[in-house]
Design a binder for this molecule. Sequence first.
Ligand code: FAD
Ligand code: PHB
Length: 390
Amino acid sequence: MRTQVGIVGAGPAGLLLSQLLHLQGIETVILERRSREYVEGRIRAGVLEQGTVDLLEEAQVGARMRRLGLVHEGIEISFRGERHRIDFRALTGKTVTVYGQTEITRDLIAARLGAGGKIVFEAEDVSVHDFDRDRPKIRFRKDGRARELVCDFIGGCDGFHGVCRGSVPQDALTVHERTYPFAWLGILSQTPPVSDELIYCHHERGFALFSMRSPGLSRLYIQCAPDESLDQWPDARIWDELRARLGGDAAAALQSGPSLEKSVTPMRSFVAEPMRFGRLFLAGDAAHIVPPTGAKGLNLAVADVRVLARALAEFYASGRSDLIEAYSDTCVRRVWKAQRFSWWMTSMLHRFPGRNPFEDQLQLAELDYVTGSKAASTALAENYVGLPLQ
Ligand code: FAD
Ligand code: PHB
């Protein structure tokens, strides 16, 4: 088998890369370890920056998002039992859109398959070879048979646990990492959101987030221990905890219902650089992970892919390789800014077990300052709605 760009992973990064290259007349094949049903059912990110929305429109997959996406002009931050609004529209002129990663994935898969694009689901034992030479290869097994895909370039879009990053000689990569002493327990529930906007709650029992997917579907998270067992969290206990952390009249108004999905997400900051090794490009979670408090992971994956698609399109159109050579530097600068923001939001909003009470007071002072000062709330808002794309 032969293609121009071989892509490992059919998450948002791999699918969008394939779609953007297709629109430039460049052929791709995507190899995905999981089934289509599994990939389309995975519940993950929910908040899109304006730049992400614009790029999905440009990629001609914006129709359902335009119809079903919820435009949010701000968020609320709750602490000491009071809620404070950060008005993105007033502070930055921009908004964000709530539209699930699940829906983006479905839209992209439909667009790729509808245009005759090739996605190999349930590809086993995927491995990448010869990307330090002119003709990289991807080997895999499908239906028990060994196959080889020869290509010009490889898009390593296989997420944090993929094979691509680990295939780069380890002395060629610098890894920066931080783990946090907590995780998020998330549920999806067919109940109306408690508020029209997201509420980020600082509370002495731990952080909570009230998010949504649609007017009838809530997505809720509570801070828990990193090794938390779901067995200890029947739905009723989760709702009690959400009510306790939300407080006030809203707690009484919070409608509960059975969870449709329940999962624990560990919190990690991680950057591997450079993001290119020869003809292998890492994009999205394969190269970097942020804790979800800043809602940046999916948006960063999309920003990487935008840079990569342009670099490859330039190469095929004119033979110029300067954008390819600049790929890692261009992406990594923005990645670190999103790392900083995600780390900061995480540090400001979570309870750190066993911490000096002095630091707890500093955290409250920071929340007071961020919600009380126009300069400080503008800094939060401009990062949340998304820093300019390159
Ligand atoms: P992935 O979505 O992980 O896709 C990688 C794909 O590669 C997967 O389909 C995987 O099956 C496949 N794969 C892996 N290994 C192999 C292999 N060996 N061979 C073949 N295929 C392979 N981000 C935001 O921007 N906003 C949010 O609000 C937000 N909230 C989040 C909430 C939660 C609970 C979680 C877990 C994440 C959240 N994120 C958020 C982060 C966001 O979901 C990720 O950053 C995003 O999925 C990255 O996309 P990706 O395509 O790089 O990787
Ligand atoms: C979500 O709706 O899943 C979500 C929203 C905001 C975040 C993280 C996750 O910061």
